[in-house]
Ligand binder design. Structure first.
Ligand code: ATP
Ligand code: MG
Length: 358
């Protein structure tokens, strides 16, 4: 019995010892575990930091690339604008030069033509009186009168002089329009007749619809006061809008038969009116191809064009928009229905705000 007890005690001691060892091992394992957790936490936070930094630098790279793209577009825009401005200004100078050169000789002819008409009228009167008083001239005079066909000359000379008068008058009008149009580089705003600007621009573009012959231009001009503006630049806007209208009409006509064109002729309508005492409105519409909403939304974007390479640069509308909004403090709107046509509405103040002048 005693020996059994001693054996049990020894067994208990043994177990206690083993228990202590296990306890110690557990403590050590716990410590290692804690240490491991701590290192993992540290590594995790380090990793998160690195990921955040990467994300940040990616965002800043994207931002930089966006900025670079924007700068490139701005640069391209500025370059094309400079080229356009230069083109318009040299076109203006050329037109002004030609107009000036033609102006003098034409005025010379025009001024003298009045005298020629008067002299011719007097001479004819004189000849007529002679013929009335001397109905039977000598055979020599009779023969010459017949040879020259004097009666025809008497009837035709006034007509010839009349059409020469009309012709020179027309040349003078053209010269005036050309001079009007060429007011490109006028740096200051001026009070001008907007209708004159539209008319001279139409004249410059006239060859375009004379070639295609099927385009009617309807001018529905209201009574407008002189409008303070940069005339050369405003003419450039009219030119861009009208040229686009002609393009759209020509494109629409490719698909139409002669009969269809006859029944529904291609038209450009120009309407001007006062919106109130301070603003004028110029609406230019065509019944050409029209455009889809997605095209319409992009027409003021630099370089946006639906025309073939070499035909369109896509700068006409953005420049026009800039001239109207930035230079004149106005508005340029576009409405269009595919297959029906397009309308551009220009609104500008009659007077430029003083601070706007550059
Ligand atoms: N009256 C119109 N009818 C139909 N589409 C038009 C009209 N006006 C402009 N557009 C559309 O707007 C686009 C942009 O016009 P914008 O005048 O800026 O450039 P473009 O005519 O293509 O080239 P350009 O720089 O030579 O004028 C055109 O390509 C065309 O698709
Ligand atoms: Mg254009």
């Amino acid at each position: 019995m005693l020996s059994e007890i001693t054996e049990l005690q020894m067994r208990i001691q043994q177990l206690e010892k083993e228990n202590r060892i296990l306890q110690k091992k557990l403590e050590r394992a716990n410590a290692i575990c804690l240490q491991l957790e701590e290192t993992t936490r540290k590594k995790e936070s380090l990793l998160r930091q690195v990921i955040d930094e990467l994300k940040e630098s990616q965002a800043s790279l994207e931002k930089q690339s966006r900025e670079l793209k924007q700068t490139l577009t701005d640069l391209k825009y500025a370059q094309t604008q400079l080229i356009q401005a230069e083109k318009m200004s040299s076109l203006g100078q050329l037109v002004a030069g030609v107009a000036h050169e033609i102006n003098n000789p034409v005025n010379f002819i025009y001024g003298n033509l009045t005298h020629v008409q008067e002299y011719a009228y007097n001479l004819l009167l004189f000849v007529q009186l002679y013929r009335d008083r001397y109905p039977n001239p000598s055979p020599e005079i009779q023969a010459l009168a017949e040879e020259l066909d004097l009666e025809f000359i008497q009837a035709d000379l006034p007509k010839v002089l009349g059409s020469m008068h009309m012709g020179t008058d027309r040349i003078r009008q053209i010269v005036l329009s050309l001079r009007n149009f060429s007011r490109m580089d006028e740096a200051d705003s001026k009070a001008v007749d907007i209708h004159e600007g539209i008319d001279s621009t139409l004249l410059i573009l006239q060859h375009r619809w004379q070639d295609s012959s099927a385009i009617q231009v309807i001018r529905d001009y209201g009574s407008l006061p002189l409008v303070e503006c940069y005339p050369g630049q405003l003419n450039q806007v009219f030119m861009n809008i009208l040229a686009n209208a002609i393009d759209a009409l020509e494109e629409a006509n490719i698909k139409r038969s002669d009969q269809e064109i006859k029944e529904n002729p291609s038209q450009i309508t120009i309407q001007t009116s006062m919106m109130n005492s301070k603003w004028v409105k110029i609406a230019i519409s065509d019944n050409g191809t029209g455009m889809t909403e997605s095209v319409r939304q992009r027409i003021f974007d630099p370089f946006f064009t639906t025309k073939s390479v070499g035909k369109g640069t896509g700068m006409g509308m953005p420049i026009s928009h800039q001239i109207i909004t930035e230079k004149h403090g106005g508005k340029l709107d576009c409405f269009s229905i595919p297959g029906k046509g397009t309308e551009f509405i220009i609104q500008i103040p009659v007077q430029q705000p003083v601070s706007d002048a550059e």
